[in-house]
Design a protein around this ligand. Structure first.
Ligand code: DP6
Length: 328
């Protein structure tokens, strides 16, 4: 087979990845823990084609511009080398969510690309091998290979630095991650660049010391389906990622006034008895964690807020898998 299509979910981290110990291999400073997002998926078709003189990469029907194109070509090169394939590839990729929704398309994108391209090249890799390989494209893509609730182990080296499912999506099907899109501009500083600055924050060593305890608490909260415990860790982690970013030199301010406004709303809703927590990635948008029964009232509140431009409600998503329909 020289053509394959795969679909993968993006993911939201409860315990975050923010800093690398090896930039080339995307080895993180710490293990992290996430959930696959059911409504934020990337579908990618890859075909190795003897008629092509160079890789042709289209994202949302448009030829990918550099540096995105180069990142994909480098990933295809890794796979060609593994499979001893010389042919250039045609790649088409589509996201289920708009590019400006502030959801990391690199996680779902590199997971789908890794599965589709390895299959198209004739390789049949294990989940673990796919996760390690996806990580070389983008760190968080390692967590988009398994589905449901996932731990990405910091590991010792390339082979041991992979993500693994800790609970299936059906373990906690009522959990929801509601993305409240507050700003559609591309983020001011990309994750790769932001992480490179993490080492300049005087607070990074303190953060690394508390991470093992947080991983343990988040892990237990997921096993117990304990939203209050998971929410508490997730909020600590979100605040700390931004503490590191804001205390980096030069500082990075990902929050907008509406970000802090929504944090205050979450605290107010909680004091009124609505069980909802927040987490925030490297950008201004806020993810709200709640259970299915509270989704209606929370979405209704968000719809009333003029600063909220879009709302995406996610359940625990599935593992990256092949699909029979191709994009071309
Ligand atoms: C803030 O995986 O996009 O979303 O490895 O440089 O491609 P690279 O970074 P990326 O970083 C995502 C960071 C985050 C937190 C997280 O998902 O854990």
């Amino acid at each position: 087979m020289n053509k394959a299509t795969a679909v993968a979910c993006s993911n939201i981290a409860f315990v975050k990845y923010w800093g690398k110990r090896d930039e080339a291999l995307h080895l993180p400073l710490n293990s992290s823990l996430s959930m696959a997002l059911s409504q934020a998926t990337t579908t990618t078709t890859v075909a190795f084609d003897p008629g092509l003189a160079e890789d042709e990469i289209a994202i949302e029907g448009q030829a990918a511009p550099d540096p995105a194109r180069l990142r994909v070509v480098r990933h295809l090169d890794r796979i060609r080398q593994m499979a001893r394939v010389e042919l250039r590839a045609r790649v088409a990729s589509r996201n289920s969510f708009p590019p400006d929704a502030g959801i990391a398309s690199s996680a779902s994108g590199f997971a789908a690309l890794t599965l589709a391209a390895t299959r198209a090249a004739g390789l049949d890799l294990s989940t673990r091998e796919l996760s390690c390989l996806a990580r070389l494209g983008s760190g968080s893509a390692a967590r988009s290979i398994p589905g449901g609730f996932v731990e990405w182990h910091a590991g010792q080296d390339h082979e041991s630095c992979c993500a693994e499912q800790i609970a299936a999506p059906q373990h906690w099907p009522e959990l929801r991650d509601i993305v409240a899109v507050l700003e559609r501009e591309p983020k001011s500083v990309g994750s790769t660049q932001g992480m490179a600055l993490a080492q300049t924050s005087p607070h990074l060593t303190t953060r690394l010391a508390v991470i093992p305890g947080r991983l343990e608490r988040a892990w237990q909260a997921i096993l117990d389906r304990n939203l209050a415990a998971l929410g508490e860790v997730s909020e600590e982690e979100a605040i700390e990622l931004h503490l590191i970013a804001m205390s980096s030199r030069p500082p990075i301010y990902y929050w907008r006034p509406a970000t802090l406004g929504l944090i205050h709303r979450v605290l107010a809703w909680r004091s009124e008895g609505l069980e909802v927590y927040f987490t925030i990635d490297a950008g201004p948008n806020v993810h709200l964690l709640c259970e299915e029964k509270d989704t209606g009232p929370i979405v209704a509140e968000l719809e009333e807020m003029p600063e909220v431009q879009q709302i995406i409600v996610n359940a625990p998503g599935f593992r990256a898998h092949l699909c029979p329909e191709h994009l071309f």
